[in-house]
Design a protein around this ligand. Sequence first.
Ligand code: HEM
Length: 793
Amino acid sequence: MKVFIILGISAAIAFTAVFFSFLQKGKDVLFEESEDNCITEAIQKAYNMVDYATKYALKRNIQGKGIASPTSLLAFSKFPEQESQDISQAAERMEMSIQVLKQKVCQKHKRSLHPTGKYGILASKPFTNRVLGFFLTDLLSADLLTMIANISGCLAYMLPPKCPNNCLANKYQLITGACNNREHTRWGASNTALARWLPPTYEDGLSQPRGWDSSAQYNGVQLPQPLKVPYCVKYSKEELGEELAFITVYPGFRVLSDCEKFYLTLKLRKYMFFFTQVTTNDTLFKGMDCLPFYRSSPTCGTGDHSILFGNLSALNPRQQINGLTSFLDASTVYGSTSTVESKLRNLTSEGLLRVNSKYHDNGREYLPFTDRVPSPCAQDSNASEDERIECFMAGDSRSSEVTSLTAMHTLWLREHNRLAWALKAINSHWSAETIYQEARKIVGALHQIITLRDYIPKIIGSDAFNQYIGLYKGYDPTVNPTVSNVFATAAFRFGHATIQPIVRRLNAQYLDDPELPSLHLHEVFFSPWRLIKEGGLDPLIRGLLVQSAKLQVQDQLMNEELTDKLFVLSNNGSLDLASLNLQRGRDHGLPGYNDWREFCGLPKLETQTDLNTIITNQKVTEKIMELYHNPSNIDVWLGGLVEDFLPGARTGPLFACLIGKQMKALRDGDRFWWENDNVFSEAQKNELKRHSLSRVICDNTGISDVPVDAFQLGKFPQDFKHCSNIDGMNLEAWKEIYQEDINECENEINPPCSLTAKCINTKGSYKCLCTEPYKLAEDGRTCIDTAQESAVH
Ligand code: HEM
């Protein structure tokens, strides 16, 4: 005992000495370097700015009084949960410190500029001759740099997560998606950087978006302002329908939400408003100098502050955080962090998700309301002041963005609870945790099946599906499933061209209902009250089943509802989804259209004639060339969107390639993919395959007739089937044969182990153990002396 006390005291002394020397060193570094208070002031200033912005600016934006502006609504739908906020804030503090230090004239420390210096190397792409200021590592000591990293909290988020190695963690995906890959534990996890398939193109090589510097030239010309781009895609004519049902849009929406969400960066940096100046001709945005645009938050250790985490050769340009898990694991239903998950779960029930305690839909559940009140969702103008209907809460904060999307979120909440009840009925001995996890696992598998089997082939066509995705050959731990930046920021936003501007609500005969007239899209933005007070889920879902998705025509890509009226709840401003998409691509440093075509092995397009080989509508190519002058300058979202479709597809070759490659990575790099060995039993897999979105609708709404394939547009009644004829899974395959465990060791009459061995009971069996120097004999029940045994031999 004494030994331990002495050791303890020595350790304490040693620790204190190290601790104080560290503090002293830190103090020296901070205060000696900053006799003129230059550095400490700069850091302090940066921190104050970030903390102020976090506390007030964003909050004010989100919780303003009166009718919410489009920007507040966008902010609300992208508002990060606490854990993600902490990470974003750490990264912001770090980046802001560096920015302030860069701007601050620390003459005493400032060395001569490096005309071809370290930034010069970076700036070679595309601005070799730009002098971007003195290099910061020349100015700050390594100790101080590490200290800034530490103080900001960034270092902590760069360490690999600890992976639990217990039975539960091996059976069910962690809520954050971490540890799915045992070696690369952060692959696909929430709150990590989006993957880069091509190096980013920032103007300064690190973080400045293309087009920020209005004098910068690309292939001899300036890039067009994003607000000019709706000119190429916007239209206001009557709708053209296509042969897919409008509901096709919503799995897409779900996939995206499963995959990524960007956090708002703080409204501080001057290039917040980069390239969104409104020109005098923009009648739509009259009276506004610029459209607000929040940059996506950087991840720790990238962008301006990457210099802190390595030498120059390892410089790390700005990367963006993905707040959700990358995996198709239904994180839109369950959340991507344990904090959100525990808000969504009903922890006192048998594995259920929480439901709305105030409102019901003909006896069926609604999503619970958000706890971030008052939320910015629109209110019924006929309702009294105190009868507020807040935004809903789901695994993804965008669940209230459009009423039809809310309906789909609600459908999956109900499916989880339906499964949980059914599993409990089959396996009464299961704990609440097992029921919750098993139901979650099934819902995750259904998301995977519906996405990959029923949805993606219709989007990229069967040829591209076979080329880029193909048959499943098993889990490949070398594949990184992390969602790529180009997928999130460009390719998967093809969906914005498939949105109908009208939302229909239909009665049980699938006819327009005079009580529930059709609505314009802008009338259903952030309006959960419409769901609750205007007929619930069923009329909306019927509308999605018989209304066609919008046909994508090259000169009619995005309706005015999305370009002129995005998130408009009153006349206090507007957003435009087309320019947001473009700006986002530049904010994320996406290379241009031709770079991505080359990445996919598609020929580079040099001239308008080349463009016309893949975009048959010449008026469109003319407009594009008028804006961009050179095909290489085209922003990838626009270029990919206007390409002619592949046969049987809803995208052209570029987006088919990018979506296909992403889907393959999401499938092959997922250890918990439903088809992987030992994730489900063979019997369970066979049952899962029988299920479909149509069945989910039948089981969770009052709708009695549906098409067999919910995505294929059909006419009622001839193309519809009664729900009793729609196939679905039989949960008996999840029945666990439970036998009460018999403790064999208690059998005194016929003891399983000899008297020399110790008997240990195990589930369904027993073990006989011997202690040294004895070992178990071949009969498995007697202990023999090893010394005697070797003497005999
Ligand atoms: C009425 C329907 C829709 C509306 C109002 C809508 C609106 C938005 C908005 C405002 C953003 C954020 C823009 C930014 O600041 O960068 C966004 C992002 C995105 N949208 Fe849509 N969208 C809709 C449907 C879809 C569909 C059908 C798809 C795909 C099939 C899709 C794919 C994406 C993707 C991949 C992102 C980026 C990821 C994210 O921010 O979560 N959207 N959408």
